[in-house]
Write a protein that binds this ligand. Structure first.
Ligand code: ADP
Length: 407
């Protein structure tokens, strides 16, 4: 068993390693994609700016070509729309024509009177500035935003996929770990549960055959032997039934059952078996309530519940059994004023081999199969079983529901 435990622990370690690796890979992928998207969009803006520079160059080249037509040596300071060449004034083409020419060739630039961006260059003659139009810039910005959202969405989906996958695997591993622990616990419990009555029976048999006992003592030993045998029988039958339930071969023999007299009989037999008065039973059974049920299997459920009410409550016990019904269903409630069950343990008590892990209940004999088996039996009856408790020390109640048989 320890080998299994080690294996599951190693699997858990591997799981954490893989989870860490996947998360870091995912983080790396998202940052890479974001970086690449930004770079790509920046490159497109640079392209536009290069176009703006080219527009400026062409315009400037055109002006220089015109100036070269004069046999001038140098250029003087410029004034708007004109350039002074060796004190001669050279007329340049009207700004409107130049603007049209530039904008026809470079649709994404505009010639404007004032710079829009800090790096908008002035025309050669300083008559205007060349700037990038706002529309393509806006388009680029919104494309960039969309691309970044795309990366975020992809990353989010991947992260969600990885997260769900990891949760699934983690839960599987946890379940396996719980199972291994429960099986280990089960073997220890069952070994103890088998050994204790067998050892006691051995002692009683030896005592009966080797000693002279008074009739009164013999009767007492007989009583104790019966109790040990009952404990063994209950354990073995629970084990067999649970194995059948697990294999899906738990078969019921359903028959119409008048629940009131039947329950009365079960409660009395249980009282007698456990020791008269020990359960502190009070019974309130509605009359003429019928259900299709397997008396033997339903008897196992009731015995498990009553035996638990006995095992998990200190003296003086107060156990109540009620039978009630509405138009469709029948309800049998077994409640006690015993140890109670915490809300944390509540969802687990119907799992096979599960025993609440506090010292109080661990000292009590049991295999952790009774409630599992009871649930399986009730489900096969088309009903169910539920537990409720106000909390530790405040008692518990178990409600069995069965489809009602109209009579
Ligand atoms: P077992 O009694 O053999 O341990 P069960 O399947 O009958 O196994 O019960 C599972 C666990 O639920 C018990 O170990 C106990 O901790 C808890 N339990 C069941 N019935 C009661 C009850 N009436 N009061 C308090 N705890 C209970």
């Amino acid at each position: 068993m320890d080998r299994h435990l080690r294996r599951v622990r190693t699997q858990r370690l591997i799981f954490w390693g893989v989870a860490l690796l996947l998360c870091s890979q995912l983080g790396w992928w998202i940052s890479l994609q974001t970086h690449e998207t930004r770079r790509f969009e920046d490159a497109r803006i640079d392209q536009l700016k290069a176009g703006r520079a080219e527009a400026w160059q062409l315009d400037t080249k055109d002006i220089l070509a015109r100036l070269r037509a004069f046999p001038a040596v140098g250029l003087g300071p410029s004034i708007q729309g004109r350039v002074v060449v060796e004190a001669q004034e050279v007329d340049l083409p009207p700004l409107e024509d130049r603007r049209r020419a530039i904008e026809a060739r470079f649709p994404y630039v505009a010639v404007v009177a004032q710079p829009v961006a800090d790096d908008d260059p002035p025309l050669f003659d300083q008559s205007a500035y060349i700037t990038l139009r706002q529309e393509p810039l806006k388009t680029l910005t919104s494309e960039r935003r969309r691309a970044l959202w795309g990366v975020a969405a992809q990353g989010g989906f991947m992260a969600l996929g990885v997260f769900l996958g990891l949760i699934y695997i983690y839960r599987k591993l946890n379940t396996e770990m719980e199972l291994v622990l429960r099986q280990r616990n089960f073997i220890a419990t069952v070994t103890h549960e088998l050994k204790t009555p067998i050892a006691a029976l051995q002692v009683w048999t030896e005592t009966l055959f080797t000693r002279e006992l008074s009739e009164e003592k013999k009767a007492r030993v007989h009583d104790l032997m019966e109790k040990d045998l009952a404990r063994l029988t209950e354990l073995v039958s629970n084990l067999l039934e649970a194995a059948r339930a697990d294999a899906g071969s738990l078969e019921l023999r359903l028959e119409p059952l008048d629940l009131q007299p039947w329950l009365q009989g079960i409660c009395e037999a249980m009282e007698h078996r456990l020791s008269p008065g020990a359960l502190g039973l009070s019974i309130e059974l509605g009359k003429d309530i019928w259900a299709m049920a397997d008396p033997k299997a339903l008897g196992t459920v009731m015995e498990n519940l009553l035996s638990n009410a006995y095992k998990y409550a200190g003296e003086p016990r107060q156990t109540t059994v009620t039978l009630d019904g509405d138009r469709d269903d029948v309800f049998i409630v077994v409640s006690d004023r015993g140890n109670g069950i915490s809300s944390k343990e509540m969802p687990r008590i119907f799992q096979p081999f599960y025993r609440v892990g506090n010292e109080l209940t661990r000292q009590v004999p049991g295999s952790g199969l009774g409630l599992f088996l009871s649930k399986e039996i009730m489900l096969r009856h088309g009903g169910d079983i539920r537990a409720a408790s106000q909390g530790l020390g405040l008692g518990s109640s178990f409600t069995i529901r069965l489809p009602r048989l109209a009579k």
